[in-house]
Write a protein that binds this ligand. Structure first.
Ligand code: ADP
Ligand code: ZN
Ligand code: ZN
Length: 736
């Protein structure tokens, strides 16, 4: 391929990546001037030589060719980490559809000048007994922040200060009296040299059981072998985290670094502390609540080799480790690993590609692997490991029963609790144990509909029903539109309109009416909007401050509640009808995980799954905790309908404020696809209105193309990109 002009970004440490400059490539450098290479080139009026990176090539000059400068040199010291990240960005751009700039902004965190980095710790300086006494004292005074801090001190003598502030939400003012009284001291890194040494001696390291040992050994032999991705299918509580930590320890001993991805929702104090206990200050975290500056500090520490492990959600994937060994993706089936913004990358495929560039290895772990990952493990693309027993000896799997809600209706029970669930709730409360009530749909709240014409009250800007909130308003969860509940139906004028459906708020109200003595916590999008409230609710419940926790899927992730012995899944089918070919898979994994929350410790657990479709395979397989049964059913369905992972699927969203123009463009796309599809290997679906056909007054159309191979889809994608899209119509690709 001829590549007369190189697109270069100059010195990414100091400039935003927005500006791209064209340079000529002299013949003698043309072989070395590859994508991602670091170069030196004359820049600015004085033509001073500056460092830059090649991020692409173009055929055509953007202005007078005689004025385009020449690259002066290509650096020979191998491909630096920035070069690797540029290659990764180029791959993401090609595969998922975005501009190079969008992709670069995703992989290269904005940099800034660093302040001196100093890590601070709080160290407990009183005995455990004194700590207990203080705790009792502050509990009586109901000083919650101090209680949280003292509780943390009981578990760990040394606490990273940033964690105390961010995760425990203890302010400097609350800590101050403790410092003055000598309860704890504040240490900086220079005086506190080796938290690792200190922490090691505490024997926090568990002895791996046989199954865990075999998994670790197996993964390490892959590490020494072909380094293909590994999938660990381990039931909840089988000790996957212990396995990850052991593998990291071995790989870190060879001077390699590890990225550990967990869904944001599972990024709890407990999980992170387990890593801190083992690896001390060589661990850092990033999460969405850090400021851009805080985040880039952590990224810079990683680049300088001050860290061995970075823990975080999806975006931690781009931690610029120069000696990357492992990327571990826990709960790999989670939808959160798919980016919702352009480029709409999936963390798993992107991790695997990054590992390929870096000579590293990807480890995926889950109790309910996605059908896609399991399929790849079956077909040998991934190595496969299985862990079938819970690590803690006393804990046994819970007993699960399905209640058929149709039978309840027949028996005259119109409530949201079946007779069986109610009975078990009473028993559980009598024993002083805890209950989780789970409504498996995010943000699911009641909506208002008309009993005369049957229409639900909709958002005027979006094609969705408005949701009822307890403050008496109707809200749009897409655009934020808010209005009072109308007195008459906006469509037909009937006055018989009423709330419909069951949201978490409504469940809370009903539970309180039924069990006035019990204390109830609720966790959903509304109660966790505030910073830190997510952790606060979970820790309050874990500390036994409530008998019942009601929530959406947020409550089923990443937390151990030893005193929870009853889990009620109120409407198992809700997520079955959420649309998309992955609905069955999502239902299965949510139900399985929710069920896994019961009886985590020594107490036996019960799970009640209420359902209108008790014989649906996702519901049945979840009740019998039968992953394989579910998988074979699911994969058959995917094969029949040519859905991923059996086929690849390219989807295209076409959006415009002008509906006509969107439709015209959708037709043009279809014609283009038909023209490309002479051999008939592509299956074209649509175009059709998107399931949410309007958001914020923008009309949305979808077009899907399925094919066994990826390459024809990428080709089609390129040809669609080269259509004349005008300025009123936007498009967005997605590749699965
Ligand atoms: P998973 O990530 O598979 O759900 P975890 O790694 O969180 O499992 O382990 C579940 C619980 O069992 C944790 O409290 C962990 O400390 C404990 N555990 C795991 N492995 C062992 C072991 N070999 N010996 C004792 N306790 C263990
Ligand atoms: Zn009406
Ligand atoms: Zn709206």
């Amino acid at each position: 391929m001829s590549k007369p002009y190189a697109d270069v970004i100059i010195d990414i440490t100091h400039t935003a990546v927005d500006r791209v400059f064209q340079y000529q490539i002299p013949d003698e450098l043309s072989e070395k001037a590859v994508l991602g290479a670091r170069i030196r080139a004359p820049f600015g009026k004085g033509n001073r030589l500056r460092d830059g990176y090649i991020i692409g090539f173009s055929e055509k000059p953007e202005y007078d060719p005689s004025k385009i400068k020449q690259i002066a040199a290509v650096c020979e010291d191998g491909m630096p980490i920035e070069g690797q990240m540029i290659l990764l960005a180029a791959w993401m751009k090609e595969r998922y559809g975005s501009t190079m700039i969008q992709a670069l902004k995703t992989v290269l965190p904005a940099k800034r000048k660093l302040k001196a980095l100093e890590k601070k710790y709080l160290v407990r300086r009183v005995s455990l007994e004194e700590c207990e006494e203080l705790l009792a004292f502050y509990r009586r005074k109901n000083q919650k922040a101090r209680v949280r801090l003292l509780e943390a001190f009981l578990a760990d003598e040394t606490l990273p200060y940033e964690m105390v502030v961010q995760k425990l939400r203890v302010s400097a003012a609350s800590v101050k009296p403790f410092l003055e009284q000598g309860v704890c001291t504040l240490e900086t890194k220079s005086r506190f040299r080796s938290p690792i040494g200190d922490q090691w001696s505490r024997g926090d390291c568990v002895d791996l059981n046989k199954e865990q040992r075999e998994t670790v050994d197996g993964i390490l032999s892959v590490w020494r072998g072909d380094r293909r991705p590994c999938l660990v299918h381990g039931i909840t509580g089988s000790g996957k985290t212990e396995v990850y930590m052991e593998v990291i320890r071995q790989v870190a001993a060879e001077g390699k670094q590890a990225i550990v991805l967990i869904p944001e929702i599972a990024l709890t104090w407990q999980t992170v502390m387990r890593f801190y206990r083992q690896f001390g200050e060589r661990v850092s975290i990033v999460h969405s609540r850090l400021s851009a500056g805080e985040k880039s500090d952590q990224m810079e520490r990683a680049r300088r080799g001050e860290l061995d492990i970075m823990i975080g959600p999806r975006s931690a994937l781009f931690t610029p480790f120069t000696n990357l060994g492992l990327i571990i993706i826990d709960e790999e089936h989670e939808a959160a690993y798919k980016s919702e913004t352009v480029p709409r990358y999936h963390a798993i495929d992107t991790a695997i590609y990054r590992c390929k560039l870096a000579g590293a290895m990807t480890i995926l772990g889950s109790a309910t692997p996605s059908a896609a990952s399991y399929y790849r493990a079956q077909s040998g693309d991934y190595h496969f490991f299985q862990m079938k027993t819970r690590a803690k000896k006393l804990s046994v799997l819970p007993s699960v029963e399905i209640v058929d809600l149709r039978e309840e209706l027949k028996a005259g029970n119109r409530g949201i609790f079946s007779r069986r669930l109610k009975e078990l709730m009473v028993e559980t409360l009598n024993r002083g144990e805890q209950i989780l009530l789970f409504l498996n749909r995010r943000g699911y709240a009641g909506f208002v509909s008309c009993r005369t014409c049957g229409k639900a009250v909709k958002c005027p800007h979006c094609d969705v029903s408005l949701k009822v909130h307890r403050d008496g308003t109707l809200k749009c969860h897409y655009c934020g539109y808010e209005t009072a509940i109308p007195k008459v139906c906006p469509t037909c004028g009937s006055k018989y309109i009423a709330g419909f459906g069951t949201g978490t708020q409504k469940v809370e109200t009903m539970v309180k009416a039924m069990f006035p003595e019990a204390s109830v916590l609720r966790m959903d999008m509304d109660t966790t909007a505030k910073k830190g409230s997510h952790d606060a609710i979970l820790s309050a419940f874990a500390d036994g401050k409530a008998d019942i926790l009601i929530g959406t899927q947020m409550i089923v992730k990443g937390h151990d509640f030893p005193r929870v012995t009853l889990v009620g899944i109120l409407a198992a089918d809700l997520s079955l009808y959420s649309g998309g070919y992955e609905a069955g898979e999502r239902t299965f994994s949510l139900l399985t995980q929710a069920a896994g929350r019961a009886g985590r410790d020594s107490l036996p657990g019960h799970v009640v799954i209420q359902s209108y479709a008790p014989d649906n395979y996702s519901v049945e397989a979840a009740a019998s905790q039968d992953y394989e049964g579910f998988y074979w059913h699911e994969i058959l369905y995917r094969k029949l309908l040519r859905y991923p992972p059996v086929s690849r699927m390219l989807s295209l969203l076409i959006a415009s404020r002008e509906e006509e123009e969107a439709v015209d463009m959708a037709r043009a796309v279809k014609r283009q696809a038909e023209a490309v599809n002479e051999e008939g290997i592509l299956e074209l679906v649509g175009p059709a209105k998107a399931s949410v056909s309007k958001i914020n007054d923008v009309y949305r159309y979808m077009f899907y193309v399925k094919c066994e191979e990826e390459e024809p889809l990428l080709e089609l994608k390129r040809s669609i990109e080269s259509l004349d899209w005008g300025k009123n119509v936007q498009y967005q690709f997605d590749m699965e």
